[in-house]
Design a protein. Sequence first.
Length: 279
Amino acid sequence: MTRSTKTLFALGLIVAMPVVAFQFTFSTIDPPGSASTFPFGINPQGDIVGNYVSGDVIRGFLLHEGHFTTIEFPGATATIVRRSNPERDVIGAFIDTHGIFHGFLLHEGAFTAIDFPGATATLAFGINPRLDIVGWYIDSGGVNHGFLLQKGAFTTIDFPGSSLTRVFGINSRGDIVGGYSSGDNTQTRAFLLHRGAFTAITPPGSTSSFALGINPQGDVVGGYTAGGVSHGFLLSNGGFTTIDPPGSAATTATGISPEGEIVGFYVVGGVTHGFLAQR
């Protein structure tokens, strides 16, 4: 984990994507005692991972066959869980007693911290079956960059011309998704990085967007803002579908399984709940 290389890629654009209308059945996800719940990942076995807030403490969770297990990095003040791959490895981040963010991998029951060399903060967000890990880090100048950690070597990922890049997901084919900003960082756009080429993802009518998850088939989920309201989205087979559980005031779709099951979170009455959406 000592070699850092900079990567440059070609730029592509998604334009005039059609809107499609998949129908979903929604189930709510809330660990016992949770004040707020934020699922982020679902693996092929149907295991769901994410975070919940209890007693003002942020904890990770694993939901397996209907049973919740808390995940906490030893000695951390907060644990942020993001993905689980088919081998049930878990990726995320934790905050140490000095308030510093570090990434982590939970593999075969053992935690390993992940820190991009020279970074002031590192957050790991995605993992695939090959143990390729993606996330983002903050450099000494306060700039956000994406990263790929592959076979012990770090690669920086920056969307061309961006002032901020964050990477959130990677699938088994090595496709990467995230978000980027340009200029003063007031507007974020989702992106896909496929075979070395960047593609901006713009849901119709959106003023901002970010891509959080991608499955082996290349289906992408994330969130977008339109008219001041946050919605989840699915990009599948070249078309966008908005994802909003009934009654939701704000929704974000965060992860998608190979079978097309989607997890995320939504707000009702000022409280954030997790959801599972199935077609």
